[in-house]
Design a protein around this ligand. Structure first.
Ligand code: FDA
Length: 390
């Protein structure tokens, strides 16, 4: 074993949060070791947004995040905003565009974001890649991290190893294990922004694989107006991914198949086209209209149905209930809800109250954003908050 190397801070995990934190601390003159077991930094950034990285959302604010403590993210998000990250991107002359709903993407490639973050790291940041972390200990106010055959020590340690979503990309539950070892609690982690699966009873809908339609999807009090997509296993598309973060096993989700369509439309259709069947009256993709008609069991012409029956069908179509039998799990989840409990952390510095010097940032923490650039904004903001306090 070689002699230990000493730093001001050790950051575990060179994803978005860890890179940002190391860059900010490095710019403040801190000697930082940034460790990752992967052979390159920012792998999730590279694959994000279809290779173009949806790096922030113009409207990002605390209400776009899920956490046991909805107030926790306010401070960091308020002090490092989407505008701050846009200014950084502009300084690096990275061209970008808004795709939809405030979501900002690179015109070129996600590689530019990783290159920018590395460029922001001064030479006081030492990046160490491709070696598993073997041990982390804490004694006399210093943390010691052993990776490969080396030991590093520092008075500050930042957990930035993310959540367990997409293990085949090197994602692990390491952050939770480490946090627990230091006595911090972990809010039960669950896959989020993930496709939901349907059971045999709803096989009719699985036969619609590939059909997409704009809907309002609801889970509990949350609702999202975006597209839903039928898949071979169940439901996906942005509206479903969004509600998946709020959904829990055993609960149903509601889908309004005709958002924005005024009450009484079916009775109006009956007057206008009494000989038409339901499926031709439904302003939906033909295969979906056919499946819904089959489920609703309204054979024959609209003119033969009572207004009461049609009103009931309208109600059903505006809140169609699916009870998913599961999700596609961490293997397909874009993020994880839950994580290191925020009540043990300072919302200003991300430092654990009970273990001076220990910090946690990014997806490892129990703060989870909606789909649409919010998760990276949390990675940047929490990384800056910790980086400024190291
Ligand atoms: P992140 O997971 O990025 O980084 C953690 C780092 O720790 C990794 O480099 C990993 O290798 C390392 N690590 C893990 N375990 C370790 C161990 N035991 N030892 C050493 N190192 C370890 N968000 C968004 O806002 N816009 C988007 O476009 C997308 N798109 C997207 C697509 C896909 C396919 C996925 C899976 C996710 C997204 N996301 C997203 C979510 C976003 O990628 C995610 O929220 C952030 O990357 C979280 O950043 P962190 O730095 O916290 O963790």
């Amino acid at each position: 074993m070689t002699t230990p190397e000493h730093f001001d801070a050790i950051v575990l995990g060179a994803g978005g949060a860890g890179l940002m934190c190391a860059a900010v601390a490095g710019q403040r003159g801190r000697r930082v070791a940034l460790l990752d077991h992967a052979d390159e930094p920012g792998k999730k950034i590279l694959i994000s947004g279809g290779g173009r990285c949806n790096f922030t959302n113009i409207g990002a604010g605390p209400t776009n995040y899920i956490s046991a403590n909805p107030h926790f993210a306010k401070s960091a998000l308020g002090r490092y905003t989407a505008q701050d990250f846009i200014a950084l991107v502009d300084r690096h002359r990275i061209a970008w565009h808004e795709k939809t709903l405030g979501q900002l993407f690179c015109d070129g490639s996600a590689k530019q974001i990783v290159a920018m973050l590395l460029d922001e790291c001064p030479n006081t940041v030492s990046l160490r890649l491709g070696q598993p972390i073997r041990d982390v200990t804490h004694a006399d106010g210093r943390f010691a991290v052993t990776y490969g055959d080396r030991t590093l020590t520092a008075p500050a340690l930042v957990i930035a190893t993310g959540g367990p979503s997409i293990p085949k990309m090197g994602a692990t539950g390491f952050a939770y294990d480490l946090a627990r070892r230091f006595g911090l609690k972990v809010v039960e982690p669950r896959p989020a922004l993930v496709p939901l699966t349907l059971s045999g009873d709803e096989a009719l809908f699985r036969n619609l694989a590939g059909v997409a339609t704009p809907v309002v999807a609801r889970a509990g009090k949350a609702s999202f107006a975006e597209a839903a997509l039928f898949t071979h296993r169940g439901l996906s598309g942005p509206a479903i991914l969004q509600v998946s973060s709020y959904w829990r096993h055993g609960e149903s989700i509601g889908i309004d198949f005709l958002p924005g369509v005024a009450d009484g439309w079916l009775r109006i259709a009956k007057r206008a086209r009494p000989r038409a069947g339901l499926r031709s009256a439904l302003p939906l993709p033909a295969r979906l209209a056919e499946a819904l008609e089959e489920k609703l069991a309204l054979p024959g012409e609209l003119g033969a149905a009572t207004d009461k029956a049609l009103a009931e069908i309208e109600r059903t179509l505006s809140d169609w209930r699916f009870t998913p039998n599961g999700s596609e799990g961490f293997a397909k989840a874009e993020v994880t809800v839950g994580g290191i409990a925020t009540d043990a952390l300072s919302s200003k510095t991300m430092e654990a109250r009970t273990v001076p010097g220990l910090h946690a940032i990014g997806e490892a923490v129990d703060v989870t954003g909606w789909l649409g650039g919010y998760n990276f904004q949390w990675a940047w903001a929490s990384g800056v908050a910790a980086g400024q306090s190291l």
